[in-house]
Design a protein around this ligand. Structure first.
Ligand SMILES: Nc1ncnc2c1ncn2[C@@H]1O[C@H](COP(=O)(O)OP(=O)(O)OP(=O)(O)O)[C@@H](O)[C@H]1O
Length: 222
């Protein structure tokens, strides 16, 4: 993938229902390389589901994900296109940190450049890391993977204030080479990073925020 050229990833007509219960209705969202896009919404409004649909691992009633205008049926199957940080643990826990770095095509030295404390865990098995360090490792792997777009579901949860600050710096650095979508309840952190922010409002519609704080209040998020 040509990193010098700008790329656009669009999620269009995203429709999701569970047993007749409407979660997402006709959502549109756009990401572009060089930009951080924020995704906010109250608990249960469907942010995680939307990310899984964009990644391609959850099928809704309708969805259209387009890369530079071309429909992509399962984005995660395209090498170099997309990475996704789910809320749950996802790294094979029996592998050593150095092995998962190879698996995700991330240079361990580069990873430690961002978080020096991780240096000592090169040969540690993932299951022996603390919960916070496992989350930190997972978030860094997904962020540093050589892909055009990265989806981050709650990257700040389980991180200490100092780690959040450092992670914000990594995100800002990485946006120079990719497009990043962030959903987190630490909305100030999201707004501080985002070039544009979408709010999912009940029931399942998305709004591109313009007058950010007054719209967040108007739609009952704050
Ligand atoms: N497998 C499922 N079957 C039925 N309902 C589901 C299923 N998965 C999710 N839901 C429902 O879909 C809605 C959206 O869930 P989702 O996890 O996407 O929301 P969210 O905005 O990410 O929430 P949070 O901020 O609390 O993480 C919720 O009401 C949830 O209960």
């Amino acid at each position: 993938m040509d990193k010098m050229k700008g790329h656009v990833l669009e999620a269009d007509s995203m429709w999701l229902e569970y047993e007749g219960c409407k979660i997402l209705q006709n959502i549109y969202l756009q990401m572009q390389t060089g930009h951080v896009t924020g995704l906010l919404g109250r608990n249960g409004t469907g942010k995680s589901s939307l990310m899984q649909m964009i990644f391609g691992t959850l099928r809704g009633q309708n969805q259209s994900v387009r890369f530079n205008g071309d429909y992509v049926s399962h984005p995660y199957q395209h090498p170099g296109l997309i990475s996704y940080l789910p809320q749950h643990a996802f790294i094979p826990s029996n592998l050593r940190v150095s092995e998962v770095c190879r698996l995700y095509k991330v240079d361990f030295t580069d990873l430690c450049r961002h978080f020096q404390d991780l240096e000592q865990y090169n040969l540690t098995r993932v299951k022996d890391l603390s919960t916070g360090n496992r989350r930190l490792l997972g978030t860094l792997l997904v962020l540093l993977m050589p892909v055009a777009f990265t989806l981050l579901d709650e990257p700040f949860a389980a991180l200490s204030p100092l780690s959040i600050e450092q992670m914000r710096r990594v995100i800002t650095e990485q946006k120079a080479r990719k497009g990043i979508l962030i959903s987190d309840h630490a909305y100030e952190d999201v707004l501080g990073l985002a070039d544009a922010t979408y709010l999912i409002v009940p029931v399942g519609r998305s709004i591109l925020l313009k007058d950010v704080y007054s719209e967040l209040e108007e739609f009952g998020y704050l």
